[in-house]
Design a protein around this ligand. Structure first.
Ligand code: ATP
Length: 261
């Protein structure tokens, strides 16, 4: 028999991302009320819900911008609830924003390179000048990773284009590439299709659907969610009213009622 803990989570099971009993109140409003769900390795999990359901608040709790009144957020079983957004990012939790954040004056490849952590290299200018073998190897590895991520995001043909000159759909892909550069454990995508037209959303869906990274995304565009997510968590008035595969969610009468009012 599976033993469940207080939040109904199978005891002892370690998921990549584990949100347990999270509550946030704004005065009398319960923006989140005992929200629990898990995201397994490599899964793309979407959070949906009508306006005011608590999606943004949940995203802020997971990314560390807001501390919950109750509950915990765990990454690979490690409690990150009180950990700052910067330290969460170092722990492998990366996020993108609704308003695309890229360096317009850098090329596409330059943007991804700048997102890669500079793991040592030491020796300063002297080492640069003599081109220490270890330094050269590190640089080669960084360039290889940039090429790999650009390929993953369908950006190889644009590697030398300046980011500022790109349409918003491509800039969103550059931001995604930057977030993927360091091989995050979990990628958090905040309304990834906002500002994109149908064609741009479709291209993004193809890329996100093809990732082997664990993803949590909040999104209004149902077509995008249904097409990219393995699992969906539905929020309404701060509570989880359903979790399941896209097909299960589509057929769920409680979800339909919440959306249709
Ligand atoms: N800073 C705040 N102060 C007071 N109330 C807030 C605050 N932020 C959110 N709320 C309230 O909490 C509830 C959840 O809001 P939230 O923005 O998380 O929902 P959402 O699902 O992201 O909505 P939308 O789809 O409209 O963006 C709403 O009732 C909202 O009015």
């Amino acid at each position: 028999m599976t033993v469940l803990d207080a939040q109904g989570v199978p005891d002892g099971e370690v998921n990549v991302l584990d949100v347990r009993g999270v509550s946030v109140a704004f005065g009398g409003i319960k923006a989140l009320d005992q929200v629990s769900f898990q995201v397994g390795e490599g899964q793309v999990c979407g959070v949906i819900g009508p306006n005011g359901a608590g999606k943004t608040t949940l995203f802020d709790v997971v990314s560390g911008l807001r501390r919950p009144g109750e509950g915990r957020v765990l990454l690979d079983g490690r409690d990150l609830t009180g950990v700052s957004p910067v330290r969460r990012a170092r722990a492998g939790l990366r996020r993108t924003f609704q308003r695309t954040q890229v360096f317009g004056r850098l090329t596409v490849a330059g943007n991804v390179l700048a997102a890669l952590d500079w793991h040592g290299g030491g020796g300063g200018l002297a080492a640069d000048l003599v081109g220490l073998p270890a330094r050269r190897r590190l640089e080669r590895e960084r360039q290889e990773r940039v090429a790999e991520v650009l390929e993953l995001c369908g950006l190889t043909p644009l590697r030398d284009a300046y980011a500022a000159a790109l349409p918003v759909g491509r800039r969103r892909l550059v931001e995604l590439a930057r977030a993927l550069a360091d091989r995050p454990r979990v990628l958090l995508l905040d309304e990834p299709t906002s500002g994109l037209d149908a064609g741009q959303s479709e291209r993004l869906a193809e890329v996100v659907g093809g990732l082997d990274t664990t993803v949590l995304l909040v999104e209004h565009d149902m077509g995008f969610v249904m097409g990219t997510c393995d699992r969906i968590v539905v929020l309404d008035l701060g509570k989880v009213i359903a979790t399941g595969t896209p097909a299960e969610i589509r057929a769920d009468p409680v979800v339909r009622a919440a959306y249709l009012g």
